[in-house]
Design a protein. Structure first.
Length: 249
């Protein structure tokens, strides 16, 4: 029992090969690799003085994970570098261009707290990733970054994870971009989410942006987005705090 897709995009619709080939489970979602890498790096630091052997082992696992990630998840198409949304059970990358690839630079060490910048994605790819996230097939200046590229065979503006826009997803991406120096891009994303949430007048879970209009999400069965979602509210707070000259204590 339970969900077959173990990440925040937990719907079956979000897992597919662009060529229509059946997906072999289990899958390894891109953002989860970033979260796991950060966990290994942080615990390695925690144990550095307590158990140097364990610390070295954790750090070694993180380094190996980073090597494999950049070998298997980094893809390229006519629009440039992007990250596979997942690797399936047969080791095949899911070449869907998704917002979730932006999570990997959020899930990393930062200069202020850790003394260095580091994520599972090699530094040489980060500028390309930033450009890809802000490309017109993903980013809507009035609404934010879509969960799936408009160029995908599965794109649908009124879908749960295949073209809708989630405020918390955008907030995570904005924080990651800002951390790596892409402040203008982060500001554009936050401004877009401010506009959308102002329109709805509530920290809505997700929404549809189609033909220049904001719309409520409604599934084929009639299920609608939660009007007051905690992580959307947190995203609004995070975006507001980012406007302050200094961080709140």
């Amino acid at each position: 029992g339970g969900l077959a897709t173990q990440n925040w995009m937990d719907s079956e619709e979000s897992v597919f090969h662009e060529n229509g080939e059946a997906v072999a489970y289990p899958v390894a979602p891109v953002e989860v690799q970033g979260y796991a890498y950060l966990a290994l790096k942080l615990w390695a630091r925690h144990y550095a003085a307590i158990d140097p052997g364990l610390s070295a082992s954790l750090d070694g696992r993180a380094k190996k994970m980073k090597q494999l990630f950049n070998r298997h998840y980094v893809l390229e198409d006519k629009d440039g570098i992007f990250l596979a949304s997942a690797i399936d059970g047969k080791g095949k990358p899911l070449a869907a261009v998704r917002s979730s690839m932006g999570h990997v630079i959020w899930a990393g060490l930062d200069r202020e707290n850790d003394g260095c910048l580091d994520s599972i994605l090699e530094d040489r790819y980060i500028p390309s990733l930033a450009r890809r996230l802000m490309a017109k097939d993903l980013f809507e200046p009035e609404a934010g970054i879509r969960t799936l590229s408009t160029g995908s065979v599965k794109f649908s503006a009124n879908s749960y994870h295949n073209g809708s826009i989630w405020p918390h997803d955008n907030s995570i991406i904005a924080e990651g971009l800002e951390k790596f120096g892409f402040r203008e891009e982060a500001a554009q994303i936050r401004q877009a989410i401010f506009k959308a949430l102002s329109f709805f007048g509530t920290p809505i879970e997700l929404f549809v942006y189609e033909n220049g209009e904001y719309k409520d999400y409604c599934s084929p069965s009639g299920q609608r987005a939660c009007k007051k979602q905690a992580w959307s509210a947190a995203s609004l707070l995070a975006a507001s705090l980012s406007q302050l000259p200094t961080k709140a204590v």
